[in-house]
Design a protein around this ligand. Sequence first.
Ligand SMILES: [Zn+2]
Length: 404
Amino acid sequence: MNTLHLPKYSFGVGDRFAREAEPQLRACMTAAERGVEVTPVWNKSHREHTIIGTEPTSQREAADAAVERLGWRRPYFVDADHINLTNVDAFLAPCDFFTIDVADAIGRPAESADIEAFVRKHDELGLAGDVAAVAGRYLAAVKEAAQIYRYIASRKGEGTFVVEVSMDETEKPQTPRELMVILAALADEGVPVQTIAPKFSGRFNKGVDYVGDVEQFTREFEEDVNILSVAASRYGLTEELKLSVHSGSDKFSLYGPIREVIRKYGAGLHLKTAGTTWLEELVGLAEAGGEGLALAKEIYREAYARREELCAPYAAVIDIDPARLPAPDEVDAWNEGEYAAALRHDPSNPAFNPHFRQLLHVGYKIAAKMGRRYLDMLEACRETVARNVTENLFERHIRPLFLD
Ligand SMILES: [Zn+2]
């Protein structure tokens, strides 16, 4: 069967307000000029659309327009990120990449007949008792993924979209062994998965670096890469099956180890780094000075006042020490360089403040509520905003992952 194919290296670029597709695409063009193809995938979840008040079609329009204007002749995708059966409909027409989220179904009891059938079929997985336990934990989630996949396929046609299965928004990481069972089950269900997003160990806090044991992550990542390669040939999944890392943005200390592992095995990679673009918009507004900087300060003042409410939904993925947040009056006295330095993710800069950054990361609702006023300011400060978006994506993400 002819299937829409996701190239080896792809990048999930989120764009909360759908204004930065062009500077994001420029980062991919720079990569292409340096000899590495990185496919842009514009991803946005139902949750983000709801908070911002946008429709999935707007991301498609922004992506198409950027591709047209910059003359990009390579593949690109628009990803319905973390969808399920209750919210997929609005994404069917504009998207050609679907991240099927089954996190909620993990641990839901599977039918014992299904578990028995799975164990009987899969001698190759070894220890029967263990396989039954793992299958018991994941079979219901896989069945749900299959149901969503078949629904999308019935509307769009088989082979016309890329399938990712995500399980990253769960409490416990999946072990490589569990990943093997999941892939076997997905293959049994006929889900043509091209990328899979497990939960890795360690903390993937929003917009800041990885917190955890990098060596342990690296071992786990390497084992997962090997599992995918074995599973692909054993179960007839695509040879290009690859891991998707939902990074929560900016896991810089993992980029070196990831790069080494994918090079060692010739493996592909999909990496989502959605949240940074909104923060680069803020850096760009600040750097523009004048009204741009004033608006960036206003957003901080309101985020500070509403910090508890803004942080609550993200409690599991942020670590903000309120004592380390500058008071809004203090921030009001900053010049453009000081605001940008506190926010920009440059751990080597002593002025960088991860608490300030994380609060603004979850503060995009404030900009969303400003509506036109925020969007117009982005356009008024287009030059500094675009420069920061492109530079960030290329210099801090694409380059260390694929080029260094
Ligand atoms: Zn995710």
